[in-house]
Every structure is written in structure tokens, then in C-alpha cells.
Design a protein around this ligand. Structure first.
Ligand code: ADP
Ligand code: TRP
Length: 332
């Protein structure tokens, strides 16, 4: 059973990315063969600054390793290091009805807002399908927002299999638990687009400052509060021990405390929770050769698998080098 997931390097990872996605992908490496990649070709649809894109790509790889992705267990690589994926994208595009892509939400929303979209954004789901199908992936862990893209991938694989021959493995989506819909500094869903994120590896001093400035509700301090409905508590419970969570919940129910205390406790548990990952990150940053080796080895493994699948596909649709030379060969 092969698990595959990709994450775009469109910004530094925040707590929402970690608790909503990354932590869950990483856990799956213990149960299944894992392929994880940094989706820099997808990120090219939004980032047009070359230095920023390459820095964010490397940062994303280092972050994943520091957060526990183990290159002995799982294969970590950069999407663009596997050219077979782009080749497969073209082949899949020739079997993709326009209507299918017109219904996809990223493109549809942009169009509805009156913005111009490029062909990259329009065909984004086909590239994503190629990412998945190129490695015979069985299981794809994704957030709810990506489920539509897995459906597109299954549709394309099914229609190719039906039209030519059954070369593609049909993947299943594993929808990540949304119990961890992580709130941001303003209480809304944490997201780069809302400017309310707390980055995992943000400098500790500025992280603490950001936490101390978080919005809170305006109820008087004496009033007892329901902990579950408060975003400071929702964040605290992700990183505190069961005893600490119990004590904090009791404090909320009793009332008569200041949010400053909660914020300080939140900054403390966050610092402790990610301390080991910060230490590992600092070590990896000092050792770019090791990171490069890991990514190169990962890419080599991924290319090997993708080349095998692409060969099957090319044979099925009549463009494999072997078929073309044989059928076009002039009689001796
Ligand atoms: P952003 O909203 O900051 O642009 P992305 O869309 O790049 O984040 O998200 C990457 C992954 O992280 C997705 O799988 C998404 O479901 C997950 N994720 C992002 N923000 C949150 C959040 N606040 N709570 C839970 N999961 C999240
Ligand atoms: N589109 C995904 C996102 O924005 C990232 C991604 C690209 C992906 N290719 C993938 C996820 C293949 C799973 C499988 O989150």
C-alpha cells in the first residue's frame, strides 16, 4: 500500500498546516510506504519570484524532516525533480474534458471574482492527477478542500483505463481529520490568506509577541467561560499535556483570570512542543549537503517508479519509443 501526499511551498508552514495536515501525513509513514513531495510546480501558479520559490521549497523540505519525516522510512522529493510527471500531465490532458476542469473550485472561484486565470491554474488538477497516478498511489491523505481534485484524478484514470487498457491504479482519498480545524490569531481559521498565522519555526521572541497580541473576546474577566469555544484554549489543547488541559479548562470554568495568563501559558507549551523539531531544524540548516542528498535519493526513487508507470502508459496509448520505431521501420 503506497501513501502519497504533496504540499505546496507557498509560505512557511504554520500551526494549521501542522495539526491539520503535516502531522497526520508523517504518522502514516509508520503504517505504509510513503511518498511525500514539495509541490513546487503547483506553487508556480502563485509565486513568480524565483529566489523566493527556491528558498521556500528548500525550507519546506527541511521543515518536514525536522518535524519527523524519516527518509529511512519514506521517500521525500521535490515535484519538479521527476520530469515524468509533466510528461504524464500532457497525456492526461488529452483525455480531460474542459467541463470537468471548469467545475473545479480554484479556477471557478478566481473566475467568479472577475480575475483572469492562466492555463496553469485551469489545468492544476491534471498535474495533481499525474502526481498521484505516476507512482501507483493507493491512498492520498488530503484536507477537505482537495477532495474534488482526487475525484478528478479518479475520473481521468478510469476513462484512460477504459479507453486504452487498465494501466492506472485507482487512488482513494483519506480525508484528514478536521477535528483539528486550527484557529488563527483572530479566531478565524488559520490561513496565509487571512494573515492570522503563527509559523511553526518563527523566531521564538516574535512568536511570543504575536501570541500576546492575539485577539480575545471582550467578556469581563470575572465571568466563567466555556473553554471549548475559545480559540486560545483550542490552540492550547493541541500542545499541552492532559493534566495541563484539565487545569486550564477548570480555570476557564471558574472565571476570574486574565487572558494574559492563558497567552503566556500558550507560548510556553508551544515552545516546549516544538523544541525538539527546532533543534533538529537548526542542525539540518547547518548541513545542506545532507538535505540535498536526501532529496536527490528521494527523487531517484520517485523517478524510477514514475518511469515504470509512464512506460506502461506510453505503450497503452501508442507513443512508446519501442512501438513507434518498430511500426515505422522501413523493411530492410
Ligand atoms: P493556507 O490556508 O495557509 O494557504 P494551505 O491551503 O497551503 O494553507 O494548506 C495546506 C494543508 O494544510 C491543507 O491540507 C490544509 O487542509 C491544511 N490546513 C491549512 N490551514 C489549516 C487549518 N487552519 N486547520 C486545519 N488544517 C489546515
Ligand atoms: N494541491 C495540493 C494542495 O494545495 C497539493 C498537491 C499537489 C497534492 N499534488 C498533490 C496533494 C498530490 C496530494 C496529492 O494542498
Amino acid at each position: 500500500m503506497r501513501v502519497l501526499s504533496g504540499i505546496q511551498p507557498t509560505g512557511r508552514f504554520h500551526w494549521g498546516n501542522y495539526f491539520g495536515a503535516i502531522r497526520q501525513y508523517i504518522e502514516l509513514q509508520h503504517e505504509h510506504e510513503g511518498f511525500y513531495f514539495i509541490a513546487n510546480l503547483h506553487a508556480l501558479t502563485t509565486i513568480r519570484d524565483p529566489q523566493r520559490l527556491s528558498q521556500l521549497t528548500l525550507d519546506a523540505a527541511i521543515d518536514l524532516l525536522a518535524l519527523g519525516l524519516d527518509p529511512q522510512r519514506a521517500t521525500l522529493f521535490i515535484q519538479s525533480d521527476v520530469p515524468q510527471v509533466s510528461q504524464l500531465t500532457w497525456i492526461l490532458m488529452t483525455c480531460t474534458p474542459m467541463g470537468l476542469l471548469e467545475r473545479c473550485h480554484a479556477y471557478k472561484e478566481k473566475k467568479e471574482r472577475g480575475l483572469t486565470a492562466d492555463a496553469g491554474l485551469f489545468t492544476y488538477p491534471v498535474l495533481m492527477a499525474a502526481d498521484i497516478l505516476a507512482y501507483d498511489s493507493n491512498l492520498v491523505p488530503v484536507g477537505q478542500d482537495q477532495v474534488q481534485h482526487i475525484e478528478v484524478c479518479r475520473d481521468l484514470a478510469n476513462s484512460f483505463n477504459h479507453h486504452f487498457s487498465p494501466v492506472f491504479v485507482l487512488p482513494e482519498a483519506r480525508i484528514l481529520s478536521n477535528a483539528a480545524k486550527v484557529p488563527g490569531t483572530d479566531g478565524e481559521k488559520m490561513s496565509k490568506s487571512y494573515n492570522n498565522t503563527i509559523e511553526i519555526f518563527e523566531d521564538l521572541k516574535s512568536q511570543r509577541k504575536k501570541i500576546m497580541r492575539m485577539q480575545t473576546d471582550s467578556r469581563p474577566m470575572e465571568q466563567p467561560k466555556d473553554p471549548e469555544s475559545d480559540h486560545l484554549f483550542q490552540l492550547y489543547r493541541l500542545m499541552a499535556s492532559p493534566e495541563e488541559i484539565e487545569q486550564m479548562a477548570a480555570l476557564y470554568r471558574r472565571g476570574g483570570f486574565g487572558y494574559g495568563e492563558v497567552k503566556k501559558a500558550l507560548a510556553d507549551v508551544a515552545e516546549r512542543y516544538f523544541a525538539e523539531a527546532r533543534r533538529r531544524r537548526a542542525e539540518l540548516e547547518k548541513d545542506p549537503d545532507t538535505v540535498r542528498d536526501i532529496l536527490q535519493e528521494g527523487a531517484a526513487r520517485a523517478r524510477e517508479k514514475a518511469a515504470e508507470v509512464l512506460q506502461r502508459v506510453e505503450q497503452a496509448c501508442g507513443i512508446s519509443a519501442a512501438t513507434v520505431t518498430t511500426s515505422n521501420a522501413l523493411p530492410q
